[in-house]
Design a protein around this ligand. Sequence first.
Ligand code: FES
Length: 339
Amino acid sequence: MNPPPHDWYIACRSDRLRHRPLPITIHGQRLALFRTAEGVPAALSDRCAHRNAPLSLGRIQGNHIQCGYHGWEFDRSGSCRKIPGLADIAGTKGRDVPSFRVAEQQGYVWVHLGPTEAPSSSPFRFPDMGDSSYGLIRYRTVFDAPAFYILENFLDVPHTAFLHRGLFRTSAGRAISVTVRRLSDRVEARYKGEPKPTGLIGSLLASGTGEVTHVDRFFSPSISQIEYRLGESHIIETTALTPENEGRTRLFMEIVFRLRIPKTLAFLLAGPVLFGILRQDARIVSRQYENVRRFGEEKFSFTPIDVLGPHILALWKSQTNERLSAAASQIEQRLEIVL
Ligand code: FES
């Protein structure tokens, strides 16, 4: 289950797009990304208008991408600009390839799939605390699972006491209240009464005991965010998902943090735990997807403890259905769960 394709998705980190074209797949669409001599990023369909060769196998010629087969050149709007050996330039007319909107922001190249007229939205902005006391970890990886399984996993609290037993949280059997607020393009769950996580992560947040401020957020179409605050300690983990196809999703994660120990030490101590948690998540969601295919269908049961999953699905549906869109916005509910 993947989000609707007509939106902004991260294609790659800016530093990966340099002097050579890059093949990227988003929502099953194969794109040739390139950066012009003027430094402007561009995305074309990765199929030459001449004989279908992948443009990503070509090279950059000034502000054009040149096909590696017979040397046809295309500009960043996909217009054919040169056909080697053709005396009359008029012969290039109408031999174009589809192009996509591109934006470069905060060190990422974003591509907008869908109609080429100006999109109504802008790419998501990662939190920038603008404060040198915060550290930043950037990480990218690939999960062999649909985006929904990953989003639900990242924004699902109950699994942490089981799948990540001992690493993050134990099942304390404590009542917690949750307030869910949904707008037309996002939903957040605010947890109240949650004790400090156990294990190393909890020790890094604060000494002693205390209640954390914990907020989980989903931003349409495919961004999850988890925020923890306890005293002076503050962590925001944001992950932007780019579906390559139904069963493979690329993740671009940023963690901004301020802890009670130096940033380097925090990374050395927390890094292995965080990456251990990610490995466990990657394994379970890929097995979940494998099993869905084995049984031939998805059968999901939602209960109130699945706090954000049903809202993520409703928001995806609302993007393709205006009637649902009106119904989907402005929801507020209060839940009691036991963790
Ligand atoms: Fe691209 Fe011939 S296939 S120029």
